[in-house]
Each structure stands twice: as C-alpha cells, then as structure tokens.
Write a protein that binds this ligand. Structure first.
Ligand SMILES: Cc1cc2nc3c(=O)[nH]c(=O)nc-3n(C[C@H](O)[C@H](O)[C@H](O)COP(=O)(O)OP(=O)(O)OC[C@H]3O[C@@H](n4cnc5c(N)ncnc54)[C@H](O)[C@@H]3O)c2cc1C
Length: 415
C-alpha cells in the first residue's frame, strides 16, 4: 500500500493550489480526483481574480426585481420552483446576511484573504511558468443607470478605507478603454487591481504540472471511499489504496457527499451558473472582463472566445441544465457588445459552492483528527485558490498562518 503525508481530495483550483503549497513545504502529497484536474467548476468561471472584492452579492431587493425573478423573467437570478422548499432555510440565512452591516463584516473578515489573492496567484504563476494566462488590466463594472451606480456607493467608500484603487469613468472614458462597447450604459468603474485569466483550465493544468515537478502525484479515484484507518486516512484509487497521515477535502460543491456520511453536516448550497463562448463580430475585442451589473452577467475575453457567464440559479446541483437566464440576457448582451455566433452547441453548467455567509470553510474538520476542509468559495474560488492553499499548508504544517483563520472555521456553524 502506498503512503503519503497528505492526500488532497479534489483537483479543482482550490485542491490543486493546496497540493502545490504542501509539496513546496516538502510533504509527500497525492491529489485525487475522479476526473482530470480542473475540469469541473474551475473550468467554467469568468476568470476574474477579484482581489478587490469587498461586499458579497446581496439577496435581490426592490419589489420590481423580486417580482421579475419570481415571475421567472429575471436575468440576474433564477430558480427551479420544486427546489425552493429544500433551499428555503439557506435562502433565509443568506437574506439575513444581506443586511449592510453583515456585508461590511464580510468585507472585514475576508480582506486578509482577498488582499493576498493576486499576489499568491502571481507567485504560483511565476513558479509554474504560466504568465501567458494572466492579464493585469483589472475589470470593469458597468452601470446602465445613475441610480444603480449610486446604489453601490458603499463599495467605493470601503475601497477608499482599505486603499483599493478604482476609477469612475463616464461613457467616453470607458469606451477609450473598451472601444467595442456600445454606449448603452451611463458609467463604469474600473478596478485596476483585479487580474484575469484567459484560460482557467490551462491555469489549473499549469499548477498541476508544477505540483508534479515538486514530486506530487495525481491519482484517479473516488473521494467517497475515504475511511479512517487507525490514526491515518485511507482512500481507494485506480492505482490502489493510499494511506495518508492527513486528508484535505477540496471537493467544491461535492464536499457534502463525502462529509455527510462522516457526520459533518455544514449548510452548503450551490448557486448554479452557465457560460457560453461567442465569436466577436468583425475584429471587435475586449481587453478585460466586463460586468453588466444590473442585467447580471459578465463577458470575459478567453482563449476560446468571449465567455458570457450568468448569475445564480437556485436548483438542485444534479438537476438537468435549464439555461433560461442566458437566453433572457442575450438581447442586452448583444446591445452592449457585437457578439457573433456561439462557439459551442450548448452552454456549460457549473455550481458555485456557497455558504449563506458567503465565506468559505477553511481549517480542521470538527471531530475528525487529521481531516481538513477547504471548500465553499462561492463566487471567488479562482480568486482565492492560491491564498487558500497557502493558508491550509501553513495550518497543516504548524507554521504561523499569514492571517487569522478563525473567521473561516467550520465551528461558526456549530451552535
Ligand atoms: C458561471 C461561474 C462564473 C464564475 N466566475 C468566477 C470568477 O470570475 N472568479 C472567481 O474567483 N470565481 C468564479 N467562479 C467560482 C469558481 O469557479 C469556484 O468557486 C471554484 O471553481 C471552486 O473551485 P473548487 O476547486 O472548490 O471546486 P471544483 O473546481 O469543482 O473542484 C472540485 C473537484 O472535486 C472533484 N470531485 C467531486 N466529487 C468527487 C469524488 N467523489 N471523488 C473524486 N473527486 C471528486 C471534481 O471532479 C472537481 O475536480 C465562478 C463560478 C461559476 C459557476
């Protein structure tokens, strides 16, 4: 039987980053996934390294927005009616966390992680020789009305408090940055401190290659075979049973499948999201990701084309895709940007793993020695993968963590 110091379960951007950090510290590490690395949620995101994030996405408010969403006409959010009773407690908790005071608390508690987001990617990118995927042009948030711009004033006040750079642009200044955008908006805010990735799958693969160079091994296996074996953990892989001193659960939206049978029941829900690539018309292009804030989608220039990503759909993780949001927002997207034909026949579907307070769980698994948790990164798994990897490796190796991990502990749900 093979043995390692640590087995990381799940080779998305989070698990892979943890693997690299543990291997860098000299540990013998195996990364186990049932698929090839990076092919699930970490494949399909908008590629934004949102180190500038301050406030979490609020629960929709305003009667007209709520009615639009309830009537299944919303572009920013959608739902499967039959799923609502099951997710109702989570939605109520999320709504409670949308109070401005709670959102500001999120900004404070998450700042240490977000402030390391881009620097930690830059360090891994340099190690992995993956510079070709990183764009340092920030991202743009567009506002179609002055009212919508005014409604986000708090975010900019906080940015000033934390010293995060941003620039408020009128239409002409926005078009100077992005000439392909039609003037269907009033203003934009450019956040130059954000980075973006032109191929998230390519980036995860580059980190995996770095991991292997450091001596890490990638194995195929089902994480749900994880068993305690005395003081160690054991997991079945195609290459045989693996013994590990420690195991890290980085299964993103699938973490509950492994944890619930072990008696660890944390209230994770998923916000499903879709993407589709489009070819630009003519020689139009974008230099950075652009968010159409009121309509609720992002267009990101990727190697595969212009990737249009949707907001949240509340539905069972495993229910068949229903990409109605994408259909609903296409007229607005086409009015903003000269989108040509779609690259793929059908949209991609992924599930953002999300706790109601929008914070991930990072740290020890309650009641299970040698088991660690790193999942629930919601809208920011790409952003926070490497910072999470560093934090987890520092905690596991008994070093001084670069920030206080208490706000991310699973214990916050244990009362
Ligand atoms: C439409 C959309 C847009 C987004 N845009 C952004 C963005 O711009 N910026 C950003 O930071 N984040 C964004 N996100 C969020 C981000 O993609 C996720 O938070 C992140 O990918 C989660 O990474 P992960 O490694 O935790 O999960 P995953 O990438 O899902 O990795 C989990 C892994 O576990 C494996 N697995 C599952 N079950 C088993 C099992 N039983 N046995 C073995 N392996 C198993 C899976 O195969 C998978 O590889 C977006 C998400 C969506 C859906």
């Amino acid at each position: 039987m093979a043995r390692v110091d640590a087995v990381v379960l799940g080779a998305g951007i989070v698990g892979t980053s943890i693997g690299v950090h543990l291997a860098k510290r000299g540990l013998a590490v195996a990364l186990v996934d049932r698929r090839a690395p990076g092919e699930e949620t970490s494949y399909g995101n908008a590629g934004v390294i949102e180190g500038n994030t301050l406030l979490p996405h609020p629960f929709p408010s305003g009667l007209s927005t709520l009615f639009r969403i309830a009537a299944m006409r919303g572009t920013e959010a959608s739902y499967h009616l039959s799923f609502l009773p099951r997710v109702a407690p989570w939605i109520l908790a999320y709504r409670a966390n949308s109070a401005m005071q709670r959102r500001i608390e999120f900004a404070e508690l998450m700042r240490p992680l977000f402030s390391r987001a881009l620097p930690e990617h830059e360090a891994l990118i340099a190690d992995a020789g993956a510079e070709r995927y990183l764009r340092r042009e920030g991202w743009l948030k567009l506002y179609r009305t002055d009212a919508a711009f005014a409604a986000t004033a708090r975010e900019r006040e906080l940015a000033q408090k934390y010293g995060l750079p941003f620039r408020i642009l009128d239409r002409a200044a926005t078009q100077a940055l992005e000439p392909a955008l039609a003037p269907v908006f009033e203003r934009a805010v450019h956040w130059p401190g954000a980075g973006s990735i032109t191929n998230p799958l390519g980036l995860t693969r580059a980190y995996v290659a770095r991991f292997e160079k450091l001596g890490g091994v990638v194995l195929t296996g089902d994480a749900r075979t994880l068993r305690r074996n005395g003081s160690k953990w054991q997991v079945g892989t195609q290459e045989g049973v693996l013994d590990a001193d420690a195991a890290v659960v980085a299964l993103g939206p699938w973490a509950p499948d492994l944890l619930a049978p072990l008696g660890i029941k944390l209230p994770l829900a998923v916000k499903r999201g879709y993407h589709r690539h489009f070819r630009p018309r003519g020689n139009a292009g974008l230099n950075r990701p652009v968010v159409d804030t009121e309509v609720g989608y992002c267009v990101a220039p990727m190697e595969q084309g212009l990737r249009l990503t949707t907001g949240a759909e509340f539905a069972d993780r495993d229910a068949p895709p229903t990409p109605v949001q994408l259909e609903r927002l296409m007229p607005a997207a086409k009015a903003l940007f000269p989108l040509g034909e779609a690259v793929e026949a059908t949209p991609w579907l992924g599930s953002r793993p999300c706790f109601a307070d929008s914070r991930p769980v990072i740290g020890r698994a309650p009641g299970q020695s040698g088991l660690w948790l790193a999942y629930g990164h919601a809208h920011w798994g790409l952003t926070l993968g490497p910072a999470t990897g560093r934090l987890v490796s520092e905690m596991m190796s008994g070093g001084t963590p670069f920030c206080d991990p208490a706000p991310y502990g699973a214990e916050r749900f244990m009362h």
